[in-house]
Design a protein around this ligand. Structure first.
Ligand code: SF4
Ligand code: SF4
Ligand code: SF4
Length: 582
């Protein structure tokens, strides 16, 4: 593409001819405010906050969808432009439930920031507001249309990034709103609760169903022995809530914060990720050696499980029967740990801190219960943990680095990388390769399955046998792979799927970064780096080499996939009917 010459605010520039005016301005250091725009996800020119004045054009133009052309003369900062942007914001705010003091997104709201930055102090327009709808019936997501600014980002994320299409615009004119068809509750539509709509929403119209109060209640109950587990991806993002740069690993401060919050034991889901590899790796070897259903597909992402149950039920036999690490941890906390400590499982409460909003729905799946007891009692997101830390007035940034408790808190590097796309696959290959060769192989890095490419494929030769693997992240990419499997065109042995783009590091429960950050930084890649560098720093990087895992099997489970392991750590799936909705 040839370059073009243009003039912005009186200065001349040469820029690539395939840019929009917004991109061209930003490339030369001129910022234009935006609200609905989100790079690669929502480029629709709907809100008109990004308008500019182009010489020769009567109307102001939305710069996010306006291509540059040779000789263009653009003004981004005239009175007319500034007034139009303010006017647009005033109109949005006039129809907005402005309860900033109690809003879950206060201080992390793009509308609030823009109002302040553009100097909107009065709202000239008063009158009726559209009829609001509020839905908090699902286990994971709260939708409050009184705060929706109709930007369409959630619609694009659900439809284009996830390939699902639960949300869309409804009604006409003043009563236009965004939500599931016919204003159904999120609990009554085939939503997978991934939360990808939530992390792109610029305001407080979509949020997680908070369970913070349940955690405080458990901590206040002297009869309960409250154990907390924290997922691998939490440490790679929690620091963002306390102004650390994206990709800072805060494992030490996380451990100290959890201890100071008052949990009786602080353990690490990384340990359970190691257990998952023992179970899943053994299951894979069994299928390879005994003619089982192939390709086998991972089962640790609950949004992905809902997706396949809704969309491809005929492929359910391909799923590994392993519970997710979150639930494996809970099941073992209420059996193995309870027995070792002499505590009645009914007196143990397990809280999980997850990067995921779908985990909130996973913990209430009845088929995961063991003897009528739920594995996990409460699941909160990384964001909710940050709120608890703030509410408890802990000075997170100045906390000393602590460590997780031993026993169910010791983990290998393989457990750490579960939080990034490709991590489960790489962790599994490390163990399967050792088992098939009967050696302690030096190779631990399988970089072909790393990175943010939507679908990754690799062939790994182990003990003379070729194992073909694929990794997909986001359900839109998972759909592509599943269609190949259904058509008999996929000769993979093993497939990893994570519902969220980038894997758990970019889960729906992670800290929300505004468009101004997401447009320029790939937060998936930065957070993943934090996990890979922790993996590289550890002396034990294979799940089966973790001494606490060896102890678990020697002293309690027997061997992977044993009868006892099956009772506690495996599950089954079922077809979910989309209509009637379930
Ligand atoms: S969404 Fe933003 S502007 Fe609206 S109430 Fe919440 S913080 Fe305030
Ligand atoms: S949670 Fe996921 S599936 Fe549900 S509406 Fe949001 S993006 Fe779509
Ligand atoms: S719910 Fe949020 S992301 Fe969706 S249209 Fe409304 S403001 Fe935009």
């Amino acid at each position: 593409m040839n370059n073009v010459n243009l003039t912005i605010n009186g200065a001349q520039y040469e820029v690539p001819g395939n840019l929009t005016v917004l991109e061209a301005a930003r490339e030369v250091g001129i910022d234009i405010p935006t609200l609905c725009f989100l790079k690669d996800i929502n480029e629709v020119g709907a809100c008109r906050v990004c308008v500019v004045q182009v010489e020769g054009a009567r109307a102001l133009q939305a710069s996010c969808v306006l291509p540059v052309r040779e000789g263009m003369v653009i003004n981004t900062n005239t009175s007319r432009v500034r007034n139009a942007r303010k006017n647009t914001l005033e109109l949005i705010l006039a129809n907005h439930n402005r309860e900033c003091t109690t809003c879950v997104r206060s201080k992390n709201c793009e509308l609030q920031s823009l109002t302040e930055e553009l100097g909107v102090r009065d709202i000239a327009y008063t009158g009726a507001k559209r009829t609001p709808s509020y839905d908090d019936l699902s286990p994971s997501i709260v939708r409050d249309s009184s705060k929706c600014i109709l930007c369409g980002r959630c619609v694009s994320a659900c439809k284009n990034v996830q390939g699902i299409g639960i949300l869309d615009f409804m009604n006409r004119g003043f009563e236009t709103t965004v939500g599931p068809a016919f204003d159904y509750s999120m609990k009554d539509v085939p939503c997978i609760y991934c939360g990808q709509c939530m992390v792109v929403c610029p305001v407080g119209a979509l949020s997680e169903k908070s369970a913070i109060h349940k955690v405080w209640e458990l901590l206040d109950d002297p009869k309960k022995h409250v154990i907390v587990q924290s997922a691998p991806a939490v440490r790679a993002a929690l620091g963002e809530e306390f102004d650390y740069p994206i990709g800072t690993n805060v494992t030490g401060k996380l451990a100290t914060a959890l201890r100071k919050l008052g949990f009786d034991k602080i353990f690490d889901t990384n340990w359970a990720a190691d257990v998952t590899i023992m179970e899943e790796g053994t299951e894979l070897l069994g299928r390879l050696q005994n003619g089982g259903v192939l390709p086998m597909i991972t089962s640790c992402s609950p949004g992905w499980i809902r997706f396949i149950e809704f969309e491809f039920p005929e492929l359910l036999p391909h799923l590994s029967s392993c519970k997710s690490p979150q639930n494996m941890f809970g099941a073992l906390a209420k059996s193995y740990y309870a027995e070792k400590q002499g505590i009645d499982p009914k007196d143990i409460a397990v809280v999980s801190v997850m990067p995921c909003t779908s985990k909130k729905s996973e913990i209430i799946r009845p088929e995961l219960e063991v003897n009528g007891i739920r594995d996990v009692d409460v699941s909160i997101t990384t964001r909710e943990l940050a709120r608890m830390i703030k509410e408890a007035r802990l000075d997170f940034n100045n906390l000393e680095d602590g460590t997780f408790d031993p026993f169910m808190g010791d983990y290998s590097g393989a457990g750490v990388i579960f939080g990034a796309t490709g991590g489960v696959m790489e962790a599994a290959i490390r163990t399967v390769a050792d088992v098939l060769t009967g050696e302690d192989l030096e190779q631990v890095d399988y970089t072909a399955v790393r990175g943010v490419e939507g679908i990754k494929e690799a062939t790994v030769t182990i003990a003379g046998k070729e194992i073909k693997v694929a990794v997909a992240h986001s359900t839109a990419n998972a759909r592509k792979i599943l269609e190949k499997v259904r058509a008999g065109e996929a000769d993979y042995h093993f497939i990893e799927v994570m519902a969220c783009p980038g894997g758990c590091v970019n889960g729906g429960g992670q800290p929300i970064q505004p468009a101004s950050v997401r447009n320029v930084i790939d937060i998936r890649a930065e957070r993943a780096k934090a996990l890979y560098s922790e993996d590289a720093s550890l002396s034990i990087r294979k799940s089966h080499k973790n001494p606490e895992i060896k102890k678990l099997y020697d002293e309690y489970l027997g061997k992977p996939n044993s009868h006892k392991a099956h009772e506690l750590l495996h599950t089954h799936y079922y077809k979910r009917e989309k209509f009637p909705l379930e």
